[in-house]
Design a protein around this ligand. Structure first.
Ligand SMILES: Cc1cc2nc3c(=O)[nH]c(=O)nc-3n(C[C@H](O)[C@H](O)[C@H](O)COP(=O)(O)OP(=O)(O)OC[C@H]3O[C@@H](n4cnc5c(N)ncnc54)[C@H](O)[C@@H]3O)c2cc1C
Length: 474
């Protein structure tokens, strides 16, 4: 294990010289506390930082990183802290570098269909900024209204539109990154193709702040579709709903924008949380199928085709939302599911498994078998069209904390073995952080892990950038 040095009052003074006195938190437990956790429920994955700094430029970030290298102090990049794997948690203490002051939209380049932003811009604000232009940024995590674009790159965020539009990395054309030695580098640029050396841009997407601190981002924009229709399809049994997913994808001839799954418990929890009503009593699971395009008549023909497939798979009722109010009502419920679950119990494990889309029914079935075997609950929801299932493993109320943490690893190993069998992985979008790192070997080879470690050592020989995330070096 790496040995690090503490942040002394003298180091805190140096940090203040770099970013200004009011942009450093030190020796102030109350104000350091919000930076000790992300959105993982419960207290198990929390660690206090020794200092938090709020730089405003790449030059300031570079000076902080050089200082940390000189003094061997761990650094943890942080966006909005909405992560679900502990990526932004400073597990060795040290300094958190928060990006919230780096929140400017630097340039909207309509001629090239690109936008350049700083990492602390809230993801949704990008689309707000360009909404009159007829263009949009198609990355779309459910936490869009709170998470930062830098954090989206850290986790290569997916979300509700990935079936059609793909995940964050598809839209990242260029980055400015401060490397773990303090060098400021530009990777990629305003280019749609570039083979001038290694293709480095995608490497940073999903690197969870372990390879550098992103200070500038060039994103690709695309024309915004004019029309959208959402179908809410009710199925009697969860198996029917998940089975409908590959059917729609392979046989309807339609590529949906979103294909989201929520079992009955997920819908119920979200409705209770929002004081909303959906007819969840009548069904075992629901699918939200979103279609978008420019021609309403075409969309109507498409949703009728999709609806027919859903009915053939056992949908008992299908509601059509073809205006913003109804559409928002459905999506608000879907977006509330994670929050509603998180509030329900401090003892739970939010899983993020991903398999090829045609294997999702098998994994959902396996969740049921595992839940029965261990006497726990595993309600599921997620981006079914991407093969990405969020399984919330939750113990019965009678379980002690001790029993829960003793049993959870067994449950997870069984779940991950089922996922591996289908060619899947343990995280589709939330990342590994420190929550899942000990399970990496359940799905990837030792050789693969060694390759990641070699890369990390080459970038960060002192192991100061977000150490202990994704994997341990030793
Ligand atoms: C209600 C809810 C819904 C969610 N829905 C989705 C969803 O649909 N899809 C999805 O993918 N995720 C989802 N998430 C998870 C989370 O919002 C995403 O992982 C998001 O990308 C994290 O962004 P953030 O700004 O909060 O990053 P943080 O949590 O602060 O950090 C995430 C990681 O990025 C690194 N990082 C942050 N900024 C930088 C930077 N400037 N340079 C380098 N590394 C950096 C951090 O070190 C950390 O490893 C959801 C979370 C919640 C609470």
């Amino acid at each position: 294990m790496s040995t690090y040095n503490p942040v002394t009052p003298a180091i805190a003074e140096e940090l203040k010289t770099i970013v200004g006195e009011k942009n450093v938190i030190f020796n102030d437990q109350e104000h350091l506390f919000p930076f000790s956790h992300d959105e993982i429920p419960g207290t198990r994955y929390r660690t206090m930082p020794e200092a938090v700094v709020f730089p405003e430029s790449a030059e300031e970030v570079s000076k902080i990183i050089r200082l940390a290298n000189r003094e061997l102090i761990p650094l943890t990049p942080r966006g909005a802290g909405s992560g679900l794997s502990g990526g932004a948690v400073p597990i060795y203490g040290g300094i958190v570098i928060a990006s919230s002051r780096m929140n400017r939209i630097l340039e909207f380049d309509a001629e090239n269909l690109m936008i350049t932003v700083e990492p602390g811009v809230i993801a949704n604000d990008i689309n707000e900024h360009i909404k009159e232009s007829g263009l949009f940024y198609a990355g779309y995590p459910m936490s869009m209204e709170s998470c930062f674009i830098g954090g989206n790159i850290g986790e290569n965020a997916g979300g509700g539109k990935a079936v059609k539009y793909g995940v964050t990395s598809r839209y990242v054309l260029g980055l400015e990154v401060v490397l773990p030695n303090g060098d400021i580098v530009e990777v990629g640029g305003k280019l749609l193709k570039d083979v001038t050396g290694y293709n480095m841009v995608p490497l940073f997407s999903g690197s969870e702040g372990t390879l550098g601190f992103v200070t500038k981002i060039i994103l690709k924009l695309i024309p915004r579709p004019k029309e959208q229709v959402d179908l809410l399809c009710l199925f009697e049994k969860p198996e029917q709903a998940v089975q409908a997913v590959p059917e729609i994808l392979t046989k309807s001839g339609v590529l949906p924008t979103s294909l989201e799954y929520m079992d009955k418990v997920a819908v119920q929890k979200a409705c209770e949380y929002l004081h909303e009503e959906l007819p969840y009593e009548k069904c075992g699971a629901m699918l939200i199928v979103t279609l978008d395009g420019d021609d309403m008549e075409e969309l109507i023909a498409e949703y009728e085709r999709v609806g027919k497939f859903c009915e053939e798979c056992g949908a008992t009722e299908i509601y059509v939302a073809d205006n913003k109010v109804n559409s928002e009502r459905i999506w608000k419920i879907r977006r509330a599911v994670p929050e509603a679950f998180s509030l329900a119990s401090p003892l739970q494990s939010g899983e993020d498994v991903v398999v090829p889309p045609n294997a999702i029914a098998k994994v959902a079935a396996q969740c049921k078998i595992i839940a029965e075997k261990y006497g726990v609950f595993i309600p599921c929801y997620g981006h079914a069209g991407d093969g990405n299932l969020h399984a919330r493993v939750t113990p019965p109320k009678s379980w002690s904390e001790e029993k829960w943490y003793a049993t959870l690893p067994e449950i997870l190993k069984e779940l991950y073995a089922a996922v591996k069998k289908e060619g899947g992985r343990i995280s589709g979008e939330h990342g590994i952080g420190h929550k899942r790192k000990k399970y990496m070997e359940c799905v990837v080879s030792k050789e693969y892990l060694n390759m990641l470690r070699t890369l990390k050592r080459a970038f960060d020989p002192n192991n100061i950038m977000n150490p202990g995330k994704i994997f341990d070096l030793e």
